[in-house]
Design a protein around this ligand. Structure first.
Ligand code: HEC
Length: 108
């Protein structure tokens, strides 16, 4: 294979695998930027910051059953206990997408 062909092939592979990665176990960019520091990539809150602030295990199915989507959106927008409000940093659609992401955590 020529060097040029190799480069073209590896570039194609990188682009082809990116969406597959995202669909699997990788959190969204917003989650990684704004939420992971406390909740972790897996949502269990077992990070140094999460333990300090007592972030709950968001993957807990029983807890998920006790709250509705509106409550999750509200907590992200206005903050909850020691969690800061994100209403000024994120748009409403972004917050709704993150709420859906919180829901998806329960299924694991
Ligand atoms: C500075 C640490 C911190 C960051 C950053 C953070 N959280 Fe939290 N989060 C907490 C703490 C602490 C709680 C309260 C624990 C509890 O509900 O008992 C919490 C609670 C929650 C809850 C449950 C709220 C409820 O109504 O019970 C959700 C959902 C949540 N966070 C989602 C997010 C999302 C999405 C982000 C990113 C936009 C985020 N958190 C960023 C610390 C954080």
């Amino acid at each position: 294979m020529t060097k040029k062909a190799f480069l073209a092939l590896s570039t194609a592979l990188v682009f082809a695998s990116a969406p597959a990665l995202r669909a699997a176990d990788v959190r969204s960019e917003n989650w990684q930027t704004h939420c992971s520091v406390c909740h972790g990539d897996n949502g269990k809150g077992q990070t140094e910051e999460g333990r300090k602030k007592k972030a709950r295990d968001l993957t807990n199915a029983k807890w998920q059953d006790t709250i509705d989507d509106a409550r999750i959106v509200k907590s992200i927008t206005k903050g909850h206990d020691e969690m800061p409000a994100f209403g000024k940093k994120l748009t409403e659609p972004e917050i709704k997408a993150l709420a859906a992401e919180v829901r998806s955590l329960a299924k694991k």
